[in-house]
Design a protein around this ligand. Sequence first.
Ligand SMILES: [Zn+2]
Length: 282
Amino acid sequence: MEKSNINRRLFLNKAFTASTLSILPINSLDGLFSETLDPPNLEGKKILFVHGGWPGHKPKESQELFVPILESEGAIVSLSETLDIYTNEEKMNDFDLIIQVWTMGEISTKQFKGLSNAISKGVGFTGWHGGLADSFRGDLGYQAMVGGMFTSHPGGHKDFDVNIIDNSDYITSGINDFKVTNSEQYYMLIDPNVKVLATTKFTKIKVNEFDNPDFIEGIEGSIIPAVWKKYHGKGRIFYSSIGHHLGEFNIPELFEIQKRGFRWASESKYHPYENCIIPIYS
Ligand SMILES: [Zn+2]
């Protein structure tokens, strides 16, 4: 694909909505990119939107919500309701980004290999909540590729805060901490080398019927990554654990993070490799 020659100023005016402007001054991203490099964008990008799995996370509605937004930014979107698309090497290598909304379910060895190979060659991979990090619980290779996995959402549906811990990254630059109400706060197991952009802290939890009280007993004060980025081979992977209800994307900060995550992950083939290995142990 030819690199977009969209004017940087035009891009910024187009990409940031009025609600976003209150979050981020329009010039504040300029320092993050060289004069010759366009900021991440979806103009002309080929995106595969794969949806299925557990219906409680509204896979079809997710597609209906996000596809028009992606198209409004210039993306060319293909849809799939089956994981078999992952076995089509020619088609997979032609995409710039795969967005997956597929909670639980199973992925075959052949499907996973096709997905993994495409990403390692430079196709981005992204999603949110259970659609990316509670998929295919039986596949360790998939979980390692994503960089983390869901374990539980202690306390059921509750209010919690999301704290931005990296203000220099394109995805979270200029974004404020925000609150999520009546939703699932994911307790994740993650690869400690991924680049974490936002976290969430567990406060005192009211145990509900799905919780293991022995586990809940010891987690008050725990800080768990909520948003991260990494590479798998040459492909960019972006994940956010928020979004049990699609209405949560009405939170301007979350909506902006998710859109920037889509844009960033779509640029594996066009932007230089970034170091996303940020070990937390020395
Ligand atoms: Zn959920």
